[in-house]
Design a protein around this ligand. Structure first.
Ligand code: ADP
Ligand code: MG
Length: 404
C-alpha cells in the first residue's frame, strides 16, 4: 500500500465549495494509486459556528471556569463535526469512507490537558480500513491518555496529528493543505509580494515555524524529519505543487537549497524586555535573576549578560509576575513592553559577509531602532518595537530581494 496523509486546515473545510475542493484533492491522489488518510481541523475561524475559538467563547463568560479536562472535551468537538461532515460529503460523492476520532485512530498521549504530546500510535484500525478501500478521515488535534481521557494537542495540533500518523503509517508524504500556496518568504498578511518557495529544508521550515510563521506547527516538522517522511505545504484552492520540505541529504534539491543565504523573514509580537542592573557589580545579580525566572517557569530569550547588567525578553503575559519576583529579591528592572522579535532565516549565514550590514542598512533607512540582536548559524534575531514590526519585516524582505 502506498499511503498519503492529507491534512486540511480550518479555512479549507468551511463551505460546501471548499469541501468539494478537498474531495477533488482526495480523488486525484486516489487516481495516482494512493491510499488516502485525511486529517481535519475544526471548520473556520472565530465567529464560524464550530471553530475552536467559537467553542471556547461559549464558556468564557462563565464565572466558574471549566477544568482543563472538561475544556478539552468541549474543544475536541470542532474536529469531530468537521470530520463527520467531510465523511458524509465523501460518501455522497460515491467515495468509500470511514471516520475515526483521535482515540479511534490509535493515538495515545501523555496527560497534559490542552497541550498533550503524542506518545504512541497503534495504526492497526486505520490500516485495516485502508486495506478495505476506504478513505480514512481522522479528527486532528485530539488524542487519548492511557486512562482513556480525551485530550487536545494545543494550537496547530492537527499538523502534529498528521505528521505523527504519517510516521506511524510509513506514509510516503504528508501534505498540509491550507489557504496559501505554500511556505512563503514572509507572512502574506504583512508582505504583499511574499513568494512561495518550491523547496525548503526541514531546518529552514522548522526555524520559520518556531519563529512565528503560522503555516505549520514546529512539532509536526520535527516528527516528519525524524521519521524521514516528506512534507508538502500546499493550497486547497489550486492544484499547484506547493512547497516540498526535504533534507539537504535527499538527492535532487541540493542546488535550490544551498544557493540562498536568506530564505524568509518570520516575526511575532507580545514580548517584554527587562533590563536589570547591579550598580555594585557583585557579580551575583545574573545568577539570582535567572534562577528566579527558572523557578517561576518564565521562559527567557534575547539574553545579554555583563557583570553589572542583564537584559532579556519574556512574554508580555509573564511581565507582571517577573516584576513581582524580581522586586522581591531586591531589583528594580527597567521594563519595555510591546516588543517584537523578527527572525531573518537562512540556510548557512555564519561567515557570510554583509548580511548584518544589509539588515542594519534596511532598518536604519526606515529609522527603525534595533533594540537587541542575536545570531546563530541559520538565523539572525532582531528585537524591535511592536509598532515598527511590520515596517521592519517589509524592509528586510525588500532588502534581501525575497520577492524575486
Ligand atoms: P490552517 O487553518 O490551514 O492550519 P493557518 O492559519 O494555521 O492555516 O496557517 C496558514 C496561514 O499562515 C496563512 O494564511 C498565512 O497568513 C500565515 N503565514 C504566516 N507566515 C507565513 C509564511 N511564511 N508562509 C505561509 N503562510 C504564512
Ligand atoms: Mg494551522
Amino acid at each position: 500500500m502506498r499511503i498519503l496523509v492529507q491534512k486540511f486546515g480550518g479555512s479549507s473545510l468551511t463551505t460546501v465549495e471548499s469541501r468539494d475542493r478537498v474531495i477533488k484533492h482526495i480523488q486525484r491522489e486516489q487516481g495516482e494509486g494512493y491510499s488516502v488518510v485525511v486529517v481535519v481541523s475544526a471548520m473556520g475561524r472565530l465567529g464560524d459556528p464550530y471553530a475552536t475559538d467559537t467553542l471556547l467563547q461559549l464558556v468564557q463568560s462563565e464565572q466558574e471556569p471549566l477544568s482543563a479536562r472538561e475544556l478539552d472535551l468541549l474543544l475536541c468537538c470542532g474536529e469531530t463535526i468537521s470530520a463527520m461532515t467531510l465523511c458524509a460529503a465523501l460518501k455522497s460523492a460515491g467515495i468509500k469512507a470511514v471516520a475515526f476520532t483521535g482515540a479511534g485512530a490509535g493515538i495515545t498521549t501523555d496527560n497534559e490537558y490542552g497541550k498533550a504530546k503524542i506518545k504512541k500510535i497503534n495504526p492497526e484500525r486505520v490500516l485495516a480500513a485502508l486495506e478495505d478501500g476506504n478513505v480514512v478521515v481522522i479528527t486532528g488535534f485530539q488524542g487519548m491518555t492511557e486512562q482513556g481521557e480525551t485530550v487536545t494537542l494545543g494550537r496547530g495540533g492537527s499538523d502534529t496529528s498528521a505528521a505523527a500518523l504519517g510516521a506511524a503509517l510509513a506514509a510516503e508524504t504528508v501534505d498540509i493543505y491550507t489557504d496559501v500556496s505554500g511556505v512563503l518568504t514572509a507572512d502574506p498578511r504583512i508582505v504583499e509580494g511574499a513568494k512561495s518557495l518550491s523547496v525548503v529544508s526541514y531546518a529552514e521550515i522548522s526555524n520559520m515555524a518556531r519563529e512565528g510563521a503560522k503555516v505549520i506547527h514546529p512539532r509536526a516538522v520535527e516528527i516528519a524529519k525524524q521519521a524521514r517522511v516528506a512534507l508538502r505545504i500546499r493550497s486547497t484552492f489550486n492544484d499547484e505543487p506547493g512547497t516540498l520540505v526535504q533534507d539537504e541529504s535527499f538527492s535532487g534539491n541540493e542546488e535550490q537549497l544551498m544557493d540562498r543565504h536568506v530564505t524568509g523573514i518570520a516575526h511575532f509580537k507580545g514580548l517584554t524586555q527587562l533590563i536589570v542592573t547591579d550598580p555594585n557589580e557583585q557579580g551575583e545579580m545574573p545568577l539570582k535573576v535567572f534562577q528566579t525566572m527558572a523557578e517561576q517557569a518564565i521562559s527567557v530569550d534575547f539574553i545579554h549578560v555583563t557583570p553589572s547588567k542583564a537584559s532579556f525578553t519574556i512574554f508580555d503575559s509573564d511581565a507582571e509576575r517577573a516584576m513581582k519576583y524580581l522586586h522581591q529579591i531586591g531589583f528594580e528592572p527597567q521594563l519595555r513592553k510591546g516588543c517584537a522579535k523578527i527572525s531573518v532565516i537562512g540556510g548557512g549565514m555564519n561567515g557570510q559577509p554583509g548580511i548584518m550590514a544589509s539588515i542594519v542598512a534596511a532598518l536604519s533607512s526606515e529609522s527603525i531602532p534595533i533594540m537587541q540582536s542575536a545570531d546563530s548559524n541559520t538565523t539572525i534575531w532582531l528585537l524591535v518595537s511592536e509598532e515598527r514590526m511590520e515596517d521592519a519585516v517589509r524592509a528586510l524582505h525588500y532588502k534581501f530581494e525575497l520577492y524575486k
